[in-house]
Each structure stands twice: as C-alpha cells, then as structure tokens.
Design a protein around this ligand. Structure first.
Ligand code: ZN
Length: 285
C-alpha cells in the first residue's frame, strides 16, 4: 500500500486584511516549506522571527488562540490553522507583518480558496500520523472534551447557548478536505452584541464588524445578517477545534467529541494527546 506523503503549497500566495482583535492591517503570505517543517509563522516585521504552530507555544485562549515565543506573539491563529489541518497540508511558512492573522470574512473559506489557488504538492517524506491508543477525557463545570481511538479523523460537537437562534446544535463528521471545504470552512465567527463593549475595553474585537462576524442581540442577528447554514454556530466551533488540534503538529487518527467546549478545553486536549505519545515513547524501549 502506498503511504500518504507529506504536502505543501505549490507556490506562494498572499492576502491582506485586518486583525479581528487588534484591528491592525496585516499582509499574510503562505509559501512552500520542506518536509518535516510543519506550519511555521514568521514575523516579517521582526526579522522573520519564527513561531512554530505547536501547542507548547500557546499563550492565551480567551476568545482566540494566541501563540507566543520569546515574547513575540501571533494571535487568532485558529481559522487559518484549522483550514490547513483539515486540507491535510503538512508544511508551510506563514509570513505576517503584524501580530494577528487577518480575519477576512470570519470563516475558513478564504484560506481554502488561497490553498486551492496555490495548489497542493506532494513531498518525499511520508505523513507522520498520530494514532491515539487510549481514550482521554477532560471535564470542566458542565463542559467536556474527549478523544477516543479511531482509524478515521472524526469530530462530534454539541453546543448549547440560551439564544433563540442557537440553542442546542450538534454535528458529527469525518474530516476530509472535501467535507471540510463544503460544510465547515464557510462557517463564520460569532459573538454577542452585549459582550462587544466589554471585549473592546479589554483590547479585543477592535477589528470586529458585520463584515467579519455574526453578531447576535437578544432576538437574532444584527442588521439583516443572514446565516450560511441553519447550524452555522456549531460548524464554526468545529473550525475552531480543528485550529487548536492543528497545534499537535501531526495528522490525527482519533474521534474527538466536544460538549460546549472552547479554546481552553481544545488546547488542553491537544496537550494531553501529545503527552500520551511522549509517555508511550518512554514505555517502548
Ligand atoms: Zn473562531
């Protein structure tokens, strides 16, 4: 049987936008990288300082996932990383001239378009799958996330918000590039209008607008915004989860089941999965 090989993008491709939280303008370029590089962010405004997309660099998980290495930050990495991970892209450089990945339309769809325009190229080395052997469960006050062994990469997600447009939403799927691109990538970031003021006081959501986020008041969506899917909210949570699982740095063979989780539980699970592999290595001489 032919082993799946690692992949990278066929050529460099770039996009410009603003950061959701900083509101800063930023240029992003995605470029080919050699086998076993992984996804590596580089701050072109700081002498190409590299920050590997790895769980050990997670610094903050409130409202977005932020990486930090030696005091240098890259914020809101999850929609880009989730897209690259679901498209099974192993290696790439992501050059940014500011500290936050552009939010674009608030979904993963513009990143899918970029990767498709650049093309995906197979490389020499085989993919290094991480196959989960034993279940992992993390619970925290009514929320939970579990990983169970599976030969396919699957996600089951449940959310429950006391809002008439959301309430309980559930979705289960095997993550393939095609299903991701059609069913998950277009789902946009969402937020509640009553939280926006507080977020802005904390330096968050400064670039947020109706062009890049679904904004909810008590009854529904603001200013005639329309959903792309009736259950767009749970789909977006799956995009966020994929972005956090991408920090494992290897394609995963496991079934992930999340119940009202968020970036904190997602990244906690990524770290536990990595720790389970480390302990296995110690057990196997
Ligand atoms: Zn998100």
């Amino acid at each position: 049987m032919k082993l799946p090989r690692q992949t990278t993008v066929g050529r460099s491709i770039s996009v410009a936008g603003i950061g959701l939280h900083t509101g800063c303008r930023v240029n992003l370029a995605l470029s080919p990288a050699p086998s076993d590089t992984g996804i590596v962010f580089r701050r072109t405004d700081l002498d190409h300082f590299p920050i590997e997309a790895q769980e050990k660099h997670v610094a903050r998980v409130s409202y977005a996932t932020t990486l930090m290495k030696r005091g240098v930050m890259i914020s809101t990495v999850e929609h880009l990383l989730g897209t690259l991970y679901a498209l099974q892209l192993d290696n790439a450089y992501v050059d940014l001239d500011s500290l936050e990945v552009p939010i674009l339309d608030g979904s993963g769809a513009p990143f899918v378009d970029m990767v498709r325009a650049a093309g995906i190229e197979e490389q020499q080395e085989p993919k290094r799958f991480l196959t989960l052997r034993d279940p992992i469960v993390i619970r925290s006050s009514g929320r939970s996330i579990r990983a169970v062994p599976s030969l396919q990469f699957k996600i089951t997600y449940h959310i429950d918000f006391p809002h008439p447009l959301i309430r309980r939403q559930s979705l289960a799927l095997e993550v393939t590039p095609e299903r991701f691109a059609g069913q998950i990538a277009p789902a946009r970031t969402f937020g509640f209008y009553h939280e926006v003021e507080g977020m802005r006081r904390n330096g968050l959501a400064r670039g947020g607008s109706l062009e890049n986020a679904l904004v909810l008041d008590e009854k529904g969506l603001l200013n005639g915004q329309r959903l792309r899917f009736a259950d767009e909210f749970v789909r977006h949570k799956i995009l966020d989860l994929l972005g956090d699982l991408a920090l494992i740095g290897r394609p995963l063979r496991a079934h992930i089941l999340a119940e009202k989780a968020g970036h904190s539980l997602h990244t906690h699970l990524a770290s536990r999965i990595l720790a389970s592999v480390d302990s296995r290595r110690r057990d196997e001489p």
